[in-house]
Design a protein around this ligand. Structure first.
Ligand code: SAH
Length: 346
């Protein structure tokens, strides 16, 4: 096992059966060795710095019906909202004062936010905060649309591939959604010039260890700038309500493996990780993560952007979130920086 880890660090790659062995490994000692290596690699590239992203969940209206997601179209109990341009700008103002230099606009696939509407919002944010990066996370759009939003000033795009196994993809999504289209979107985004983030849920229903290896190999091929992973957490108003949640240990193991395979990648310790364990995000940082994405959304809508049950930080003002995170990040020997936090190329 130790040799597999050493080779993974050196070659940034391992054979399928080696990765499976590592993912299934139940030795605490091996895992702490893996985490230690991942930290060393992370510190070699990003030092002790942790990048923050201000997450603005600007709409929970969605035309899609992903089986796992609490804001899916066919959840009649979701209390729908969309933020106005003014509200979004006010989140940015608040965030800028707190030291954020990246704003992530995330939402459901809400037809109201046409290219023209989004372009206007992006341009206005850029005009007010030219030193900030804008990340979009608004799902699948046409290549032309991605291009227009990029030209308007968007810098980065997060679109998790969710699973690299086509059969598995269709167990998580309705027939109206296609694996090929999601992959095409990621390709388009990369070609246009965005810093691109892909990723997947750990422990999603029907997932097998082999699929996780497919995720790793797919990522190797795509070579994204960011990789977002977090445990699957059931949402009571979805058909996956009674499915098991993803495991903390497996998520941490994957974070560490990703850090060894992609030394420079931007790797968040996600809110979902912080939801399944009180110190989940700290453990994520100790396994190689280097980004945290606190919520900048107005407190009045926080609870409504409920992708999964028991999501944390839905009651706190942004200032309280950042205070709490500063302390948490400090507790594991790292520190938050006021920086756009761009990908560091080799
Ligand atoms: N509509 C956008 C944003 C989706 S929400 C898009 O399609 O990209 C961001 C991510 O939350 C999703 O990509 C998914 O991986 C994750 N997510 C959704 N439901 C979840 C759940 N029940 N548990 C854990 N993560 C979930």
């Amino acid at each position: 096992m130790y040799q597999i880890i050493d080779r993974l660090e050196k070659d940034r790659y391992a054979e399928k059966d080696e990765l499976i062995a590592l993912l299934n490994c139940d030795s605490e000692e091996v895992r702490s060795y893996l985490f230690e290596r991942a930290r060393r690699v992370r510190e070699g590239v990003y030092g002790n710095e942790v990048y923050i992203r201000g997450l603005i969940e600007f709409t929970n209206i969605c035309k899609n019906d992903c089986y796992y997601c609490g804001i899916r179209k066919s959840n009649p109990n979701a209390n729908r909202y969309r933020l106005s341009k003014e509200e979004i700008l006010s989140c940015c103002k608040n965030g800028y004062e707190l030291g954020f230099r990246t704003f992530v606009l995330q939402g459901g696939e809400d037809g109201y936010f046409s290219d023209a509407v989004l372009e206007d919002i992006i341009k206005e944010i850029k005009r007010n905060y030219p030193d900030c990066a804008i990340t979009l996370s608004v799902g699948e759009r046409s290549r032309d649309s991605y291009q227009r939003l990029f030209d308007a000033g968007a810098d980065r795009y997060l679109l998790r591939h969710e699973t690299a196994n086509c059969g598995h993809y269709h167990m998580l999504h309705p027939e109206s959604m296609s694996y090929e289209n999601r992959m095409q979107c990621l390709k388009d985004l990369k070609e246009i010039g965005y810093q691109v983030g892909a990723g997947f849920m750990v422990g999603s229903p029907y997932q097998k260890t082999e699929y996780l290896v497919e995720d790793l190999l797919f990522l190797k091929e795509l070579n994204p700038h960011m990789i977002g992973i977090g445990p699957f957490i059931p949402h009571q108003q979805t058909e996956f309500a009674n499915q098991k949640q993803g495991s903390l240990t497996l998520t941490l193991t994957l974070l560490a493996i990703l850090r060894l395979m992609f030394p420079n990648v931007l790797l968040p310790a996600t809110t979902a990780l912080g939801t399944i364990a009180p110190n989940g995000r700290e453990l994520g940082l100790l396994a190689g993560a280097n980004v945290v994405m606190p919520n900048l959304s107005p407190v009045s809508v926080r609870k409504k952007y409920e992708l999964y049950d028991n999501k944390i930080c839905t009651g706190d003002e942004a200032a309280e979130c950042i205070q709490c995170l500063t302390q948490r990040v400090g507790s594991v020997g790292y520190h938050i920086v006021t920086d756009r936090g761009d990908y560091k190329a080799e």
